[in-house]
Structures are given as C-alpha cells and as structure tokens.
Design a protein around this ligand. Structure first.
Ligand SMILES: NC(=O)c1ccc[n+]([C@@H]2O[C@H](COP(=O)([O-])OP(=O)(O)OC[C@H]3O[C@@H](n4cnc5c(N)ncnc54)[C@H](O)[C@@H]3O)[C@@H](O)[C@H]2O)c1
Length: 392
C-alpha cells in the first residue's frame, strides 16, 4: 500500500452523510479513525449511528468485532486530533472557499507525509490543492452515497498530485473493499458527467410533451433495464442535490449546451418540492394519492430509450476521447457508481457505433442544437466499423 498501511490513522473532516460513511468504511477495514466536525450535534449523531450500524452488521454476521472497531474510532471537535494521521479525507459542505481554508489549516497540523484527500463531487481538486504548501500530497477520493454500500471510488489526481501516490491510493481503496477508478480532474469527474443525460434528456422529452413522467420511467426501467427511472431516481436523490450538480457541471463546462439544466427541475427546487424527503417532487407521495400510470406503448418506449441511451453513450465516448478515464474505468464507473445494467461502451458495441451516431445525427438535424452533437470519436468509430472494447 506504499505510503499507507493498516496502521495509518485515518482522519475524516465532516460527520455528515458522506464523512460518517467513509469513517465507517475505514474503521471496518482496520484503521484507527478520527472523525472531526465543528457541529457537536452532527458528531454525536454520527457516533450513535455508527454504534448502531456496527451492532447490526455484527448481528447479521458481517463483522465479528463491533466493540473493537468502535474503540478505534475517535470523535473530535478540534483538528489537533489529526496530528498522527497518515490520510485525512475531507467531506464538508460543497463550497470551494470553505474547503480551501480547511486544507490550508489542516496542512499545518499534520505530518509532512500525511496525504490529504477531498470527497468533493464537483469542485476542482486542483483549486483545493492550490491552498496547500505541499500541493503534491492532495488528491480527490470521491465516494458514492451511501459510502459503505457503494463500491465505486473515483481517485482524482490534481494537476499538482505526486503521481506515485495514485497507485498507493488505488491499492488502499481495494483494501477497503472498494473499486477504484482514475478520473481526470474535470467537472463531474466520470459519473456525475457521463450520467447527466439520464436526467437531462429524460426531462427534455417530458418538457416537449413527447411522453409523461410515468411513461418515461417505465420505458427506461422495463425496456432499458435501468433499476429506477429518471423521475423516480431524482425524487430519491432530491432535486436540491441533483439540480445543483447539473447547474455546477453546466457552468464548469463553460455553458456547454449538452449539460443545460431544465426549468422543470429548477421550479421543483424553488417550490421546495424536493422529492421523497418533502413528500412531493415529480411524483406526489402523499398518502392516498394514486401514482400516474404509464402508457405502455412499446414503439414510444423504444424511442425514449434510444434517445436517452444515445446521449449517454455519446457522453461516455466523449469522456474516452478527452482522456477523462480509460474505457475499462468508464465501464466500472457507470456499473458500480450508478448501477447501470451494463457499461455504456459495451452498450455501444452491442448496438454498433453507427446506430448511436444515426440517432444523434437525426436529433441534431431536427433541433439544430449543439446539445446533440456527436463525439468525433463516435463518428470515427462508426466510419471504421470499430468497437470500444475488445470482443468477449
Ligand atoms: N451526499 C452525497 O450524495 C454525496 C456524494 C458524494 C460526494 N459528496 C460530497 O461530500 C461532501 C459532504 O457531503 P454530505 O452530503 O456528507 O454533506 P452533509 O451536509 O451531510 O455533511 C457535511 C458536514 O460537514 C460539517 N462541516 C461543515 N463545515 C465544516 C468545517 N468547516 N469543518 C468541519 N466540519 C464542517 C457539517 O457540520 C456537516 O456535519 C460534499 O463535498 C459533497 O459534494 C456528497
């Protein structure tokens, strides 16, 4: 594991949803862990939740030493507790200034060889690293929610990151039972970039009146094989969270129309209709309210699946073209990070690049919008009759 070992103390900044999950993963993997938060109520809640979760895992036979794991976990309201850490992972609010200040401060307290990681979903790891004197020790380790259950971790080298640390970080993540992939430090990394059309194109189809939400959800689950339709899924994620990621990715890509947010979702957010957590989003979850029935029209359903999937495949191909990740890592990211039924490049190979290109070109000619432009790599692959993955 190079710079890391089982004896490395792991510090986690922020005891919210992600920080407490990451602390649990590190502790169960055998590390002593220090969880720090400025909010004592959050820290108390994280401590009691961790105790309860470890107890449940022990009851289920998944672990056999809950009290010992718990005894390795410290809960702190000052960062002095990080002085012996070999790795500190930050998971506080998604705000660049807050994160930069924290990294500048934590660097003063830890030893010279302590690695600093951020769990940011959308900010530039390079900007965060720039707040440190030893920027070479900073990287992104992007876990997915809930961290103990989701296998994927995007390992993101900043421009400044010491390259030797990356293979050590990957190995450490494997030791923690995770599936690490390497992603270039660009907005949304892999998953939050490539998955955008699953939401954006589905909402566009709904806004144009081509189909209602229940029909689009039905098409993508029943015909497309996705576990959840985009409207059910965004209601789960919360429109505050999902909309903000879309808007951030859109702005960070210099307003590329491929990532343009939708007014439907913005209005839901403004109305406070955030999804399941508020009882209403695209669907109404109030007791006694019947859910809308899909129009189970196979021809319409196929059209919806083709349009959304062609957009998703195009994103994956463009990410490959731009060197955001390897083909293998792109496939792992979408199957392990968002549970897609198969990797998008594999899907493209099954379809044939020409079919995907034809769907996109038809949309492009109909709408005359840059949103539907096909990746040059997709066009090249279609022309050569090539594939993205070696044949099985
Ligand atoms: N929630 C997700 O689905 C998800 C998934 C992947 C990554 N992320 C990223 O993880 C990070 C944390 O997200 P979350 O959902 O866990 O947030 P959260 O709101 O649940 O928790 C954030 C915690 O950080 C604490 N905090 C805020 N400022 C602090 C400071 N200066 N010092 C110490 N503690 C501070 C808060 O008290 C809170 O307990 C964000 O960068 C987010 O983008 C979130």
């Amino acid at each position: 594991m190079g710079v890391f070992s089982k004896n490395s103390v792991v510090g986690v900044i922020g005891a919210g949803a992600m920080g407490s999950g990451i602390a649990q993963v590190a502790a169960v993997a055998g590390h002593a862990v220090v969880l720090y938060d400025t909010n004592t109520a959050a820290l108390d809640k994280a401590k009691s939740n961790l105790e309860a979760t470890l107890r449940k895992l022990e009851e289920k036979g998944k672990i056999h030493n809950a009290p010992e794991i718990m005894s390795r976990c410290g809960f702190a309201t000052t960062m002095d507790a990080f002085k012996d850490c070999g790795l500190v992972i930050e998971a506080v609010i998604e705000n660049l200034d807050v994160k930069k200040k924290l990294f500048g401060a934590v660097e003063q307290l830890v030893s010279d060889d302590c690695v600093l990681a951020t769990n940011t979903s959308s900010l530039s790891v390079t900007s965060i690293a720039a707040a440190c004197k030893k920027a070479g020790r900073v990287m992104g380790l992007h876990f997915f929610n809930p961290a103990p259950l989701m296998a994927l971790v995007e390992v993101i080298p900043a421009v400044q990151t010491d390259s030797a640390l990356i293979s050590d970080a990957k190995e450490l993540m494997r030791q923690w039972g995770k599936v690490p992939v390497i992603a270039k430090d660009t907005p949304g990394f892999i998953v939050n970039r490539v998955a955008r059309p699953f939401y954006g194109e589905a909402i566009r189809i709904y806004e144009e009146g081509i189909a209602d939400i229940a029909t689009i959800d039905w098409a993508l689950t029943e015909l497309g094989g996705f576990r959840m339709g985009p409207f059910t899924l965004t209601d789960y994620i919360g429109h505050d969270v999902n909309y903000v990621v879309t808007e951030t990715v859109f702005q960070s890509f210099f307003y590329d129309p491929r990532y343009k947010p939708s007014f439907s979702q913005k209005r839901l957010m403004e109305a406070g209709w955030l999804g399941r957590k508020t009882g209403r989003g695209f669907y109404n979850y109030a007791e006694g309210v019947a859910q809308p029935e899909p129009a189970k029209d196979n021809a319409l359903g196929e059209r919806i699946v083709h349009r959304v999937l062609a957009m998703l495949i195009n994103e994956a191909v463009e990410a490959l073209h731009m060197g955001i990740a390897s083909a293998k890592d792109l496939e792992l990211a979408m199957t392990k990070g968002v549970n897609y039924p198969k990797g998008l490049l594999e899907w493209c190979d099954e379809w044939g690049a020409q079919k995907c290109l034809d769907i996109l070109d038809e949309l492009y000619h109909e709408y005359h919008e840059d949103r539907y432009r096909a990746s040059a790599l997709l066009r090249r692959t279609a022309a050569s009759g090539g594939r993205f993955l070696s044949a099985k």
